[in-house]
Design a protein around this ligand. Sequence first.
Ligand code: MRU
Length: 338
Amino acid sequence: MSTCESLTIWWDGGLWLIDQTLLPCKLLPIRIKNVRQLIDAIKLLRVRGAPALGAAGAYGVALAADLSRTSNAQEMMADLETAADMIKASRPTAVNLSWGVDRAISAAYLGETVEEIRQHALAEAEDIALEDIRINKLIGKNGAKLLDDGDCVLTHCNAGRLACVGWGTALGVVRSACAAGKQIHVYSCETRPLHQGSRLTAWELSSDKIPVTLICDSMSGSLMRKGMIDKVIVGADRITRDVVFNKIGTYSHAVLAKYHKIPFYVAAPLSTFDRQHEESDIIVEERDRDEICTLGGTRLAPQGIDVYNPAFDATPLELVSGLITEKGVFRPPLMPPI
Ligand code: MRU
């Protein structure tokens, strides 16, 4: 696969991705030359969003195989296992990262020679990438039925094509509804502290000419009270037996939606479900204090102030009106079949 026009991450003689930290100012592809650079890109959110991280993890294994210079298959697999552990540890909450790495590693084990290992790892990563777009279009088709012509949809963070390989999960639902001829207006929460809503969702939707209005995160309750929101749709980083982990701020929108009797939907592929675990088992990534204390190099808070900066929160499934997946829409406590 190639081209940055519609893909977030792809292989073209090497690993490429759109550097999302430069948006909305620049749409710039960067070449990832080694596993260390991929890990930095993941930690800095140059590539981000659960499904995109799944592909990034698998391509990371393919990259490690491509760069390994050994001619011994066992040694190569040892190199790949080391790379796999490092990649998985780079962001612990989004389950797709480990899922993508593990899929590529299992495929690599099918190779008997180093060349076969390289081929299997890359083929698996390419499959995951293509599959992601196909699955997102199914999520879109299933979710579009829940949206009525003229609906105003609130979303948080970015669960669009930039969070995936293409099309998107929550924004994929909006895209599919628009493609089916419905008029949908999106309210995009800016998503403090890293502004994925204003930098990415607002950019993505306006580039596609889908009507979008940017709001601060704290405005959602007021808009709901004024009757300006018909539905909420967000993505997910991990769905356990009891909660949906998603970008910090999601839980507040879910509680507010419940109070105002507004449907709250979560759109995610089956690869984001983690039925082996519950909320208390999961590590929520805590990020650097400067993400809150500074903006574009300008200090926003007193030097040395105490800061708490979790990247994600947990929304109990009882607040979720429907889980929109490629297998259909499931109303908790109903979950999709494995
Ligand atoms: O920290 P990020 O930008 O990787 O977090 C991503 C999210 O939380 C998104 O909201 C998204 O729903 C998950 S990916 C479709």
